[in-house]
Design a protein around this ligand. Sequence first.
Ligand SMILES: NC(=O)c1ccc[n+]([C@@H]2O[C@H](COP(=O)([O-])OP(=O)(O)OC[C@H]3O[C@@H](n4cnc5c(N)ncnc54)[C@H](OP(=O)(O)O)[C@@H]3O)[C@@H](O)[C@H]2O)c1
Length: 332
Amino acid sequence: MEFRHLGNSGLVISEIAYGNWLTHGSQIEEDAATACVHAALDEGITTFDTADVYAQGRAEEVLGRALKGQRRDGLEILSKVYWPVGPGKNDRGLSRKHIVRGCEASLRRLGTDYLDLYQAHRFDYETPLEETLRAFDDLVRQGKVCYIGVSEWRADEIERALKLADEMGLDRIVSNQPQYSMLWRVIESEVIPASRRGGLGQIVFSPIAQGVLTGKYRPGQEAPAGSRATDETGGRFISRFLEDDVLERVQRLVPLAEEAGLTMAQLAVAWVLQNEAVSAAIIGASRPEQVRDNAAAAGKRLDADLMRRIDEVLGDSIRRDPALTVSPEQRP
Ligand SMILES: NC(=O)c1ccc[n+]([C@@H]2O[C@H](COP(=O)([O-])OP(=O)(O)OC[C@H]3O[C@@H](n4cnc5c(N)ncnc54)[C@H](OP(=O)(O)O)[C@@H]3O)[C@@H](O)[C@H]2O)c1
């Protein structure tokens, strides 16, 4: 495994992190989830990403149990707050009440007394940013959280948060967690430059486009049994990539991966790690073999000619519009 600093912060994380969205407490049974976490640890992964909303808290519980017995200070545990976790009006968003109560609940479910990074899972237009930043700052001062970050915030939102934190003498956000892959590059034009100026690192999610960049989804064919596309919840999220034009282009990456001596998943994970603004790629997995396959992308260099040929193959299927980074106008 290779390690990188989280943005300009002093925290070091594994450049490949393991995340449990849609899998733990949901798509896969607990023994498979535990096997994936143990495979990640065997591969040298120390950074684990989850959220309160994943499987309505069950994902944090499963991860907490799977990591039990590990030396806590040898791990970096990341969680998030914003999406609804209950029926109440205050069971969501970035109000002081929900951030404080949300953090306490995440710590309880994970069976730990601190989070390495606590992330605002989207921007909340119904809460003053001052209130959100001060609540996060309090958690840092209490030692419940080491660092704070955001997820899928726009460039101007990141800039506002940094300016306000400086003016108010509050802890600064150190990271952003956006979607980023060969197919989804919407952070490149605005979010990354703003983040770099502010010292934030990107912890990117869905680096293999939820499985699509492995090439296992073939144009015009049924999705393979047991894959995310066949899962009721997962199928909704992956559908945006399941278009024949995209799938045909992805098949044309197969010879490029072979030439580079990489599997398709490794090519996709290595691709996001070529970008120095990226602090880590969070991989998901439904079985331990996938963790081992994807973790082997650590430290792999892709030469400029290969990067250019990837762009040529994917062509118009690449999404670049920065307007695609959005948070809900109203709390969900
Ligand atoms: N902040 C946010 O809003 C946000 C949003 C999404 C995700 N995330 C974070 O990012 C993490 C990763 O997201 P993701 O799961 O979408 O990432 P991903 O790595 O792009 O996709 C993971 C899925 O692809 C399939 N797969 C993985 N490796 C494979 C391999 N070697 N061969 C074949 N299939 C393979 C598996 O699904 P199947 O086996 O079921 O096909 C696996 O669950 C999440 O767990 C979460 O921590 C954050």
